[in-house]
Design a protein around this ligand. Structure first.
Ligand code: GL4
Length: 851
């Protein structure tokens, strides 16, 4: 095995460093010392001890690489990418750091000497869950690829004290618990006491005349907080480059209000502190629907303001304050969805109000520096802030947005003059494209449309899969696309092959390496295509199957720990893990499981012997306020308890909900999966990225013609994918016709079962039944009924294929072989070439180091 062979190597030669001495004893000693002097513990006795000692030891190697990289970048002064994101879903760092730095030999052997196993030690680490789902994890994969490709680039975000909530089940219902992840310290961050910026909110704006007669806006905020930087080094793989994720923590200006304290009013003395700390306290747990809370806007401005000041102050330190025209050749910002869009107004404010540039020059620089990625088509997800809220919290920014919008609508009016000569027609179009517009549900209220601000303020706008980028052009921003066609691009998402294959599935990685004769595929995944020629080779198939079996055993162990039940590891492992959302249709999955159960029930014991046994696993969190999603979780657990307890069928079908789905759980589940479900209503899932992770690990896909499923099918061979369901272009028509749609009799039967209380809790499930049947209540917006029969047919094909293990294994190999395109290295290269115009800048190798 990759790890095992690395350990064996380490035992023999690799641990002898260039000075000729073995580095293992030194590493062992270092782990012990870290534990002794940082934690006051004399003995490495638990995996947690070993984790702490190891992590703090690895940290030093990481920081050496980080410092060298940044020294080099400072000297070279290359153009930098700044990835602005409210979310970075990093997961655990130990394994990734050790492997990316090539230190696995030393540390695995040292830990062995201390009586510990690297894998167990790694599991003592808590996930850094500073994100909700795909969007946040994409940002984390991008950082890995940027560093691996030696691209000078940083991530900028928020150091949430509480990340994504922990999910527990209580009687089958979701319970949310706080994610207290920083209590035992965080070895993967460095607090920068010298990097702090002030961020203001509220107050008023006045005009003053400067000596030269220029009028300037002076913003006096009512409230100020400190943004404190924490750096999180990001090691590239197989390169000395170690880049950075800089996260901001909000601190009060003073520890407490001294006057109130002296007057004995201790509660009031602490108020300002609490208000400040609240800004970086908690991640909003919504995926694909924004939280319209003032605190959310405060978070967005907080990290954008600190990040832009940070970049501009470094720029000034190098280039002075007279050459702002050079800024676009030194810095490019990527807005990860609309969350950091206030950057458009903030960069204008910093350039015009603080640096004294003329408006037009500042606007030219701003639009050259910014780019925007759209990640969702859900209309309700496009962020809009009430003008009133924005004007109160960010009065100067509201003025700036008004001026931007005036310029924009004036320009539009002239631009549209020949196309729309009739003034009413033209006014209508301009109103439809205005950054500030009426709230369609409340004519009294005016809104700032953050997506329109991002489109107008950016050089490039991109979607995240081919179909999604077309929807972006043809529907969401069609009016804008017609005016600026070249602004719109596609950048199909990708995932890092390090975390999502090489490190989470070392057995499969090893097999691939042996077959291809080298591990060069780890940073050149196109080489995986060479596996195609072995897809039908029985000997190779057997070794492939053995790896999958081992991973299934591991997942079975996890199910046993959570549910106390043994599962048949010869059964087909069928997985759906992702945020719970109506558009992702976990509900449809449950309906098909109910149908399978009913069919099994009707069979004779002899007939059942012919059935393909399945273990179905569903996992994912529901946003705390998303009522329907919580009901779906309860339906999964309720159906699971009936099915798993039925002696007639339990050898053939199981359903388990795995609580607290997160990055680490994904690293265990994905390698074990044989079938994964990506069954969103066509046109609703912008891309999906877990589909790529499953495919990379040789897992077959049942899915709709949606998001990146389409491109995966193209690469893998569409005949190898279980594709079903209506197409995106037909959705609008079908929605209109849904009330006349004749539902399948099997559908009607299942609905009667749920309503009749077959799974208990019938009152609680009624809104679920209504949402897909009662046209007055829910009207089946995501068209479950339309896709139901086709889905059951596709499931039938899955069974047939699984009976033919040689065919199943051939397809499994074809998925891995076809995954080359879905490395985030490819995605990042495309961003770098087409949008960022940034090239690699690699530091020299560390003396005596392995790279
Ligand atoms: C998402 C999309 O829902 C998902 O399809 C996509 O893969 C991901 C990354 O581009 O972005 N958008 C939001 S919002 N959350 C996501 O996960």
């Amino acid at each position: 095995a990759l790890r095992v062979s690395a350990v064996a190597e380490a035992d023999k030669t690799a641990a002898i460093n260039k000075s000729g001495t073995s580095s293992v004893p030194a590493t062992t000693k270092d782990i012990e010392n870290k534990l002794r002097y940082l934690f006051g513990r004399n003995e490495v006795s638990t995996p947690n001890d070993a984790y702490q000692g190891t992590a703090w030891s690895v940290r030093e190697r990481l920081i050496d690489a980080f410092n060298k990289t940044h020294e080099h970048w400072k000297k070279e002064d290359p153009k930098f990418i700044y990835y602005l994101s409210a979310e970075f879903l990093m997961g655990r760092s130990l394994t990734n750091t050790v492997f990316n730095l090539g230190l696995q030999g030393d540390y695995a052997t040292a830990l062995k000497e201390l009586g510990q196993k690297m894998e167990q030690v790694a599991e003592a680490e808590r996930d850094a869950a500073l994100g909700n789902g795909g969007l946040g994890r994409l940002a984390a994969c991008f950082l890995d690829s940027m560093a691996t490709l030696d691209l000078p680039g940083w991530g900028y975000g928020i150091r949430y004290k509480y990340g994504m909530f922990k999910q527990a089940l209580k009687d089958g219902y979701q319970q949310e618990l706080p994610d207290i992840w920083l209590t035992s310290g965080n070895p993967w961050e460095v607090r920068r006491d010298d990097v702090r910026h002030m961020v203001g909110f509220g107050g008023r704006v006045e005009r003053r005349r400067e000596a030269g007669g220029r009028e300037v806006a002076v913003w006096t905020p009512a409230e100020q907080v400190i943004a404190q930087a924490y750096d999180n080094p990001i090691p590239g793989y197989s390169t000395p480059t170690t880049s950075n994720l800089r996260l901001w923590d909000a601190l009060p200006l003073s520890e407490f209000d001294l006057a109130a304290f002296n007057a004995g009013d201790y509660d009031r003395a602490m108020l300002a502190r609490e208000r400040a700390e609240a800004i970086s306290a908690v991640l909003y747990p919504n995926d694909s629907t924004p939280e319209g809370k003032e605190l959310r806007l405060k978070q967005q401005y907080f990290f954008v303001c600190a990040s832009l000041q940070d970049v501009l102050s470094r720029f000034k330190a190098t280039h002075g304050s007279a050459r702002w025209d050079l800024l676009p050749s030194k810095a490019v910002f990527q807005l990860n969805d609309t969350h950091p869009t206030i950057a458009v107004a903030e960069l204008m404010r910093l350039l015009v109000d603080v640096e004294g540039l003329e408006w037009d020059e500042a606007w030219g620089i701003t639009t050259k520096c910014l780019n925007y990625t759209n990640h969702t088509v859900m209309p309700e997800a496009l962020e809009k802030w009430p003008v009133k809220v924005m004007a109160k919290m960010l009065p100067r920014h509201m003025e700036i947005i008004e001026v931007i919008n005036e310029g924009w609508t004036q320009w539009l009016s002239a631009h549209l003059a020949s196309e729309l000569p009739a003034p009413e027609e033209r006014a209508k179009r301009i109103a439809a494209m205005s950054i500030i517009h009426e709230n369609p549900w409340n004519k009294e209220e005016m809104l700032v449309n953050m997506a329109y601000l991002a489109v107008v303020g950016s050089s490039a706008v991109n979607g995240v899969a081919a179909i999604h980028s077309n929807i972006v052009k043809d529907e969401i921003f069609n009016d804008f696309y017609k005016i600026f066609p070249s602004k719109f691009q596609n950048k199909t998402n990708g995932v890092t092959p390090r975390r999502w294959l090489a490190w989470c599935n070392p057995e499969l990685a090893d097999l691939i390496t042996q077959q291809l004769g080298s591990d060069a595929w780890i940073n050149d995944t196109e080489q995986l295509t060479a596996l195609r020629t072995h897809a039908s080779d029985p000997a190779f198939q057997q070794r492939w199957a053995a790896v999958k079996s081992a991973k299934k055993e591991r997942l079975a162990g996890l199910i046993k720990r959570v549910w106390g039940e043994e599962v048949n590891t010869a059964a087909l492992f069928d997985i759906q893990i992702k945020r719970i959302h109506e558009y992702k249709r976990q509900y449809l999955n449950v309906l098909s499981i109910i149908w399978r159960y009913k069919q099994l029930k009707r069979m004779s014991p002899q007939q059942r012997l012919q059935a393909v046994p399945r273990v179905c696993v569903i996992g994912g969190k529901a946003a705390s306020a998303y009522d329907m999603a919580k009901r779906i979780i309860r339906l999964v657990t309720a159906v699971g308890s009936v099915i798993n307890a039925d002696p007639d069928t339990r050898d053939y079908l199981r359903l388990y909900f795995l609580p607290d789905y997160n990055v680490s759980l994904a690293e265990t589940i994905i390698p074990a999966a044989e079938l994964s479900q990506h069954i969103s209503t066509a046109g609703t899932e912008a891309s999906g990225t877990s589909n790529m992770k499953f495919a990379l690990n040789g897992c077959l896909i049942i899915g709709t013609w949606d998001g990146a499923n389409i491109e995966i099918a193209e690469e893998t061979g569409v005949e190898n994918v279980f594709v079903f369901g209506v197409r995106a272009e037909d959705i609008n028509g079908l929605r209109k016709e849904r009330k006349n749609f004749k539902t399948d009799p099997r559908w009607d039967e299942i609905m009667r079962d749920i309503e009749g209380g077959m799974f208990g809790d019938k009152e609680y499930f009624k809104p679920l039944v209504d949402s897909v049947n009662n046209m007055k209540v829910g009207n089946d917006w995501f068209l479950l009924a339309n896709d139901f029969a086709a889905y059951l047919d596709a499931q039938q094909q899955v069974d047939e294929c699984y009976r033919d293990q040689a065919e199943w294994l051939r397809r499994s190999i074809m998925y891995t072989a076809g995954s080359g395109k879905f490395s985030s290295d490819r995605t990042i290269r495309q961003y770098a070439e087409d949008i960022w115009h940034v090239g690699p800048c690699r530091p020299p190798p560390a003396a005596g180091g392995q790279q």
